[in-house]
Every structure is written in C-alpha cells, then in structure tokens.
Design a protein around this ligand. Structure first.
Ligand code: ADP
Ligand code: MG
Length: 390
C-alpha cells in the first residue's frame, strides 16, 4: 500500500488556491498542504462497534488543509466552509469538552496526539472541503484525518495509517464525546484508489479489494437526501448500548462472535424483541460483507446489488435506522431498474448509494430527483486515501 503524494481530483491548482487562501487568512505562506477524503460505506453498517467487518471506499471528495507550525503555543484554525473567522486556542489549555463548534474536531486531534506523547505544538491551519458537510459521507473524519496527517508529517512523526485512524477515533470519543467506531477514520486514512477496504475491526486487519465499476459498465450513484433527523445522534448511543447488551446477554464479548450458522440459536436465547432485531442485523450484515467480497473477488460485481439491497432492508426493518427519505430513494432506484440500493452511514437521513448499469443512469437519477426534489446526487468511483498535496 502506498500513500505517496498523488494528484488531487481537483488538480494541482487546488493546492495553490489553498495556499493563497492560507496566506490571505494568516499573512504568511503555509509549509505544506494535505488532503483526506470522505467515504462511502459499500456494506457493513453499524458493525464496526460490534468488532465486525466493514467495507468502505474513499470518495474523490476531500477536505484539504494548508498548514504552518507556530512556536508560541497557539492553535489557529480557519475553515472556508464555516462562518466565524479564525478560531484561536491555546494548546496547553486544550481539554476534553473545552472546545465548541467545528474547531473541536481539529483541537481534539492535536490534544490526542500530545496525550499519546507526540511532540506536536501549535499551528495555523486553513481548511477547504468538497465533502458535503453533515451528509453522512464523513466530512468529520476527513477533517480529523487531514489534521492528524498534516501535523504528524510536519513534525516528522511517523504514524502507521491504522494507528493514525485509531488516534482520530479516540479524539472523537474522548474529546468531542461521541462514541463512534473506527470505520470512518480508517477509510479516510487507509483507502486506496480503485479499491474498497475490507476492515476486520477486531483484528484491525485490512485488505484492499479491487472495486472497478467502469470495467463492468457499472456506475455507483451517491444520493444525499440532505435531511438529518434530529434524534440521529442520541440514537447512535442507544443502538450501541443495545448491541452491547445483546452480546452480554449471550455471554459474548461482542455480537461479532455470533456465527451466522448459530444465529437462530442466539436469537432464541435473547430476552426481548429489540435485542433480537439488533443482533439479527449485525450477524447478517457481517455475512453480507463476506458475500460482497466473494462476489467482487469472483469478478461478479453486478451480483453485489441484491446483497446491498438486503442490507437496506435489514437496516430498515431490524436496525430501524432508515427514514422515509432514504426509503424513497432506495425504492425509486430499484423500481427504475437499479441493481441494488441501500442507505449508507449512520442513518436517519444522510446518503444512499445506488449500483446501476451505465445505460440506466439518466433514467434512475431523474426519477430520484423527481421523487425527492431536495436530494442531490453524484456518480463516484473509489479515490485515494489521505495524502500530501504539496
Ligand atoms: P458528516 O461526518 O456525516 O459529514 P458530522 O455531523 O459527523 O457529519 O460532521 C460534520 C461536522 O464536522 C460539522 O458540523 C463541522 O463541525 C465539522 N466539519 C466537517 N467538515 C468541515 C469543514 N470543512 N470545516 C469545518 N468543519 C467541518
Ligand atoms: Mg461524521
């Protein structure tokens, strides 16, 4: 796996424009610039915090950061995507819960790097992103990972990519206070162009699985519903707690330890209907990841469609984290001849993915727009993971 500097999707000019913007904000030139992508999860939803399997790939959309070190103990942050100008923080005063707003993500990363013993001080950072913010495509992980990569490389700290992702996850768990799994950060840090990343979260074992859509006349459409229902964040913690309760009731470390072949027996042992639903989703979802990998390895990419759709049904009926808008997108796509479709990401809004044959793209895309006029869509292919731009 190589992570050498690669041309950004938006061309070399994006690094120059980013540097100019940095200079406009901070009055000096940056020392370098970096990019980290958002992600789409192909299959393996809510399995990461159950020690299971996930399979994300990187979007060509990235969050870019131009950066220069400071020696006065200040962290100064600016984002082209946020109002409010420069946020100035004292590195020594960083502490979990102490930072408000978007700046808490990069502040958390710096705090966590220092907690881990890395000799990293203040800096000026300017960000600009093409990842839709709040669309379930992990703009937050892109922001964390680009920050961690920039700060470590600038300070000559060599961190393996998986460790960098774990550090970013820890920053969100401890500093931001969100009990997220490690999928999003790993995807942004470790994905490679033309591949989906199979991650076994317990073993932290990775495999890059070739995922070449164009060669088979296929396209993948990402549809951002542009809705996020208010209970999304609280529900995440409840779902996680429910999965942990189910594993505990079964006397297992995690739901990953329920073998697919033993699912019925496990369900019979669970005390209530909700825990049975959560367990059924996680166990069948891990199985679907294995099915998708086997199909991709066999060159049968179109056949992953029904597996993706089965994943949506499981999230809708068993995990119950879909919503009317996501269901409309999936149902419309399938009715118009898509090979498969599913919601992706945390749920209750955000984005769906649609696997389709090239010839059906225009028809399916326009039907989706008609069915959900507020939605936005784009075609995508797996892009590179985080990298240095200049
Ligand atoms: P998602 O990760 O699905 O896009 P989240 O709610 O997890 O949605 O993360 C979005 C938050 O991440 C934003 O509200 C903001 O705090 C932060 N963020 C993401 N991208 C940027 C950016 N380019 N500049 C500043 N903050 C950002
Ligand atoms: Mg996020």
């Amino acid at each position: 796996m190589t992570h050498a500097a690669v041309a950004d999707t938006f061309g070399d000019s994006s690094a120059d424009a980013l540097a100019d913007a940095f200079t406009g904000v901070f009055g000096r030139a940056p020392e370098g610039s970096w990019a980290a992508p958002g992600r789409v999860n192909l299959i393996g939803e809510h399995t990461d915090y159950n020690d299971g399997y996930v399979m994300p790939f990187a979007l060509p959309h990235t969050t870019r950061a131009a950066v220069a070190r400071r020696d006065d103990g200040l962290l100064r942050l600016h984002s082209a995507d946020m109002d409010g100008g420069v946020v100035e923080l004292e590195v020594d005063a960083l502490a979990p819960g102490a930072t408000e707003g978007w700046a808490r993500y990069p502040a958390a990363v710096l705090w966590t790097l220092r907690e881990a013993g890395h000799p990293i001080g203040g800096a000026d950072l300017h960000y600009a992103s093409t990842v839709p913010v709040g669309g379930g495509l992990s703009s937050s992980a892109a922001l964390q990972v680009v920050t961690a990569l920039a700060l470590t490389e600038l300070h000559g700290v060599e961190l393996p990519r998986q460790e960098l992702a774990l550090l970013c996850q820890r920053s969100e768990n401890v500093y931001v206070g969100a009990p997220v799994g490690v999928m999003d950060q790993t995807a942004s840090a470790c994905c490679t162009q033309g591949h989906a990343l199979h991650l076994d979260v317990r073993a932290l074992a990775q495999r890059q699985v070739p995922f070449d859509l164009a060669a088979q006349g296929l396209r993948l459409l990402v549809v951002d519903t542009r809705v996020k229902h208010a209970h999304a964040d609280g529900a995440y913690g409840e779902l996680r707690a429910g999965c942990e309760a189910a594993a505990a009731a079964l006397g297992l470390p995690a739901l990953r330890d329920v073998a697919y072949e033993n699912l019925d027996a496990a369900l019979a042992d669970l005390p209530d209907e909700r825990l049975r639903r959560l367990t059924r989703h996680i166990v069948t979802e891990n199985r679907r990841v294995e099915e998708v990998i086997a199909l991709l390895d066999a060159g049968r990419t179109p056949d992953i469609g029904p597996v993706l759709t089965a994943g949506h049904v499981s999230l809708r009926d068993d995990f119950r984290i879909s919503c009317a808008e996501l269901d409309v997108v999936v149902d419309t796509a399938l009715a118009e001849g898509a090979l498969g479709a599913r919601m992706t990401g945390g749920g209750f809004g955000g984005s769906a993915i649609v696997l389709l044959e090239e010839s059906t793209e225009a028809k399916i895309a326009s039907a989706i727009t008609q069915a959900l006029p507020s939605s936005r869509h784009f075609l995508t292919t797996p892009g590179p993971g985080a990298h240095r731009l200049s």
